[in-house]
Design a protein around this ligand. Structure first.
Ligand code: ADP
Ligand code: MG
Length: 324
């Protein structure tokens, strides 16, 4: 069974949120333990990962060093973080596999994801990235063509386009590596956002892609049967943060879409995970699970409802209910 596992930011930072190189290496090493267990158990695993904090750090370097070295665009930041995160994931997973006597190689693919140059996100950017700055510093960057928003007491923050991912252009490379027996890391940070020019040329764009939506697209492109979105909470919660909070366990996709429409899932965090889970299942995936990093093995191995929030196509949910 092929499983796509999407690792959230907490798989790459220490528990207190620090992200020095040593913190990231240690967090990834811990995250690779259950992943290696799954590979050892015979699952065909594909990994993807977020890159928000890492891109945030690159943006700070860009700003502070702008008078010395030329700042690089966001698509380059995406490519760079796929490289560094891919590198530490490959090291950690190969080591965890070797410790289990599993002779599998791991490879990371620099992955481009196509977006539409006419995506409404480019005209009206909404995704906040990087650090907060005082108004005068933000103004200087606005003069350079960036969009910054007044976010209240914390200061101003840059907003960029977060266009819909349409096609994972390098999915065939990932598929070829999988067929050759590699465990594959691909589409980190949702993929490097690119557009196709009228003459067919591929060009990177100033944007970020949601990693969960990118994961759903990659999962379908590779024919994964399950999508596991690993984050820092046990699953999706109705009435999150209210006295009526109620964790969701097994839910069919139509019911989950209904809850989403009622506004239960915050747009910058749980919302895209729920949307990704729904799309994956609607487009032919058998199961999507939103759960904590510690429970990914349960999420994959157990029958429906094993861990966190399990999203199923409507017909299978009836089947499960019938067996209960
Ligand atoms: P990741 O780095 O894994 O993508 P995010 O911070 O983007 O993590 O999303 C996970 C966060 O979503 C949780 O820590 C939680 O605070 C938040 N969240 C918002 N709404 C909900 C909800 N309805 N149920 C559960 N978590 C929610
Ligand atoms: Mg997130």
């Amino acid at each position: 069974m092929r499983v796509l596992i999407a690792l959230g930011g907490n798989a790459m930072t220490s528990d207190d949120g620090r992200a020095r190189p040593g913190d990231q290496i240690a967090a990834v090493a811990a995250a690779m333990e259950p992943v290696a267990d799954l590979v050892a158990a015979g699952y065909d695993v594909v990994l993807t990962h977020g890159n928000g904090p890492q891109v945030g750090n690159l943006l700070v370097k860009n700003e502070l060093a702008a008078s010395v070295v030329p700042p690089v665009p966001l698509d380059w930041c995406g490519a760079q973080t796929q490289g560094t995160i891919g590198f530490i994931v490959v090291n950690a997973l190969e080591r965890a596999l070797a410790a289990r006597g599993v002779r599998r190689r791991v490879a990371a693919v620099v992955t481009r994801t196509l977006v539409d140059a006419a995506d409404p996100g480019f005209a009206r950017p909404t995704k906040p990235i990087g650090r907060y700055l005082p108004h005068d510093e933000a103004t200087a960057l606005i003069d350079h063509g960036e969009t910054w928003e007044d976010r209240g007491p914390r200061g101003w923050r840059r907003v960029v386009a977060s266009p819909e991912p349409l096609d994972v252009l390098d999915a065939p490379a990932a598929a070829a590596l999988l067929a050759a027996g590699f465990v594959v890391v691909a589409n980190g940070g949702g993929g490097i956002p690119v557009v196709r020019e009228p003459d067919g040329a591929i060009r990177g764009v100033e944007a970020v892609i949601d990693k969960d939506l990118g994961a759903a697209l990659l999962g379908r492109a590779l024919g994964a049967e399950a999508l596991v979105i690993a984050t820092d909470v046990d699953g999706a919660v109705l009435g999150f943060g209210t006295p009526e909070a109620r964790p969701l366990d097994t839910v069919d996709v139509a019911t989950l879409r209904g809850y989403a429409a009622e506004g239960h899932f915050a747009s910058g965090s749980m919302g895209p995970k729920v949307e990704a889970a729904c799309r994956f299942v609607e487009q032919g995936g058998r199961r999507a699970v939103i759960t904590s990093l510690a429970r990914i093995a349960d999420a994959v191995r157990a029958d429906a409802g094993g861990a966190g929030t399990t999203v199923l196509p409507a017909d299978i949910t009836r089947e499960v209910a019938g067996h209960a």
